[in-house]
Design a protein around this ligand. Sequence first.
Ligand SMILES: [Zn+2]
Ligand SMILES: [Zn+2]
Length: 89
Amino acid sequence: MPISDDLLEILACPMCKGDVEYVPEDDFLLCERCNIRYYNKDLKECPKCKGELKPIKGEVLICKSCKRWYPIIDDIPHMLPDELREDLV
Ligand SMILES: [Zn+2]
Ligand SMILES: [Zn+2]
């Protein structure tokens, strides 16, 4: 349980400042070459390099207000605004 309730309390969506909800296991598609995980399960290939995508399980934070998603990678929540993200496709 890497995300404590205390931390979850503090974390907020960078776009709308809404509360986020912790989901311990969800499906991602990982491009190992770009090291980007995508949440869009309809992707057939990596939009950046056209490489193969590998299904993986991972933790995710979902904003309760705007429903944006933020991955937790190696116990670190990656909460970036839209304009800095490569995984929004
Ligand atoms: Zn790629
Ligand atoms: Zn939000």
